[in-house]
Design a protein around this ligand. Structure first.
Ligand code: DNO
Length: 357
């Protein structure tokens, strides 16, 4: 297992590569070229620059999160082939430079969603939280403004403000796109991209829908065992895999996280680990990683990964805001570093108890 840390680049992250390097057990970072507009091919020299910068700090570039998929591809619009062509160019360029992991999602218009980016807890820390009743009373445009206003001046991944300007048109693009159509559009995309991934040794790891149900009337198709298996079977190549995100899949208590890990096996290429405190259906907050602080059994999750022989990339996911740190919500240094240490500790215990038995 390679423990990693998400890094948003030196101009956009409050956390530096030097700080990441000092977290025990971190082998590399997960990053992206966040300024390249979605749908454009990534320039070779920019990929090279990013990789060099990371490597000069003593870390490895362990994967990209995300090479985002243009909404024309998701909606199956008439210009999708042009964007798929650009995507393939980026995959080839990444593969050429030894990057072998791409995380992406297929959520229409939006990415992950929270109703509160800084909910205060009893200990004075703040966390991101979700309440469906609040989301139900909000229109999508307001949601964009609110998420961006509350982001401590940082750009939230997936919530770029420029999207808001064309939001109505974007929703129109999805008219007539139901779950079945969205699934077909995903398969169309994968059928074009996966053969290239096979040739270039790049694993595609789709990120599940977060939360694990449709929002704002838009379809979502990657949020439970059945629809993930269906996606994997539709393009049955090892390179067509999953980012197993505990915090996304775990928003629905119908998802048995440990059972899913065992079933998905070697199609899991990347793991995002965080804990949630579930308060009821459609109501949760992001807790500390520690099992006893939330609703998930982190030992059981790590044990399932250990049992399937997982040797891919892991990262601690959203952390709490603690010790006065101001950062992009969910992506400060302190609580994610605590998370990484805890996960590494569980992993060490699993390895040693296995050796002794
Ligand atoms: C949220 C992240 C997601 C994820 C994308 C992958 O913090 O986990 O934004 O990066 O869904 O494309």
């Amino acid at each position: 297992m390679d423990m990693s840390f998400r890094w948003f680049g030196k101009d956009e992250d409050s956390v530096t590569l030097e700080q990441i390097r000092q977290i025990p057990g971190i082998k590399g970072v997960i990053s992206a070229l966040y300024d390249i507009p979605v749908g454009e091919a990534w320039p070779v020299y920019r990929i090279h620059q990013l990789k060099t910068e990371v490597e000069e700090s003593g870390l490895a570039l362990l994967g990209i999160e995300s090479v985002n998929v243009h909404d024309s591809i998701k909606a199956g619009a008439s210009d999708r082939d042009r964007y798929i062509g650009n995507y393939i160019t980026t995959v080839k360029r990444l593969g050429d430079q030894g990057v072998s992991l791409i995380c992406y999602n297929f959520m229409p218009v939006f990415d992950w969603l929270r109703s509160d980016l800084a909910q205060e807890r009893q200990d004075g820390s703040t966390v991101m939280a979700y309440r469906q009743d609040i989301i139900d009373g909000i229109n999508p445009e307001m949601m964009f403004s609110q998420m961006n206003a509350d982001a401590n001046g940082y750009l939230l991944p997936g919530w770029e403000p420029d999207k808001m300007e064309g939001l109505k048109a974007l929703f129109d693009t999805y008219r007539g796109v139901d779950e079945q159509r969205l699934f077909e559009n995903l398969v169309y995309f994968l059928k074009a991209v996966i053969p290239v991934c096979e040739e270039y040794g790049v694993n595609m790891a789709i990120h599940p829908d977060d939360p694990a149900w449709p929002i704002f009337g838009l379809p979502r198709i990657i949020h439970n065992r059945e629809n993930i298996m269906r996606m994997l079977k539709a393009v049955d190549s090892k390179y067509n895999g999953l980012t197993f995100c505990t915090g996304s899949l775990g928003t629905s208590s119908d998802n048995d996280l440990s059972g899913m890990i065992k079933e998905l096996g070697d199609r899991i290429h990347f793991v995002h680990i965080r804990n949630l405190k579930i308060h009821g259906k459609g109501h949760f907050e992001e807790s500390a990683h520690l099992s006893s602080d939330g609703s998930f059994d982190m030992y059981a999750i790590l044990k399932s990964l250990y049992d399937i022989g997982f040797n891919g990339v892991v990262r601690p996911d959203h952390g709490r805001a603690i010790w006065g740190e101001i950062s992009r919500p969910g992506y400060g240094l302190y609580d994610r570093a605590l998370g990484a240490m805890y996960l590494n500790g569980l992993w060490e215990a699993l390895e040693k108890s296995h050796l002794r038995n």
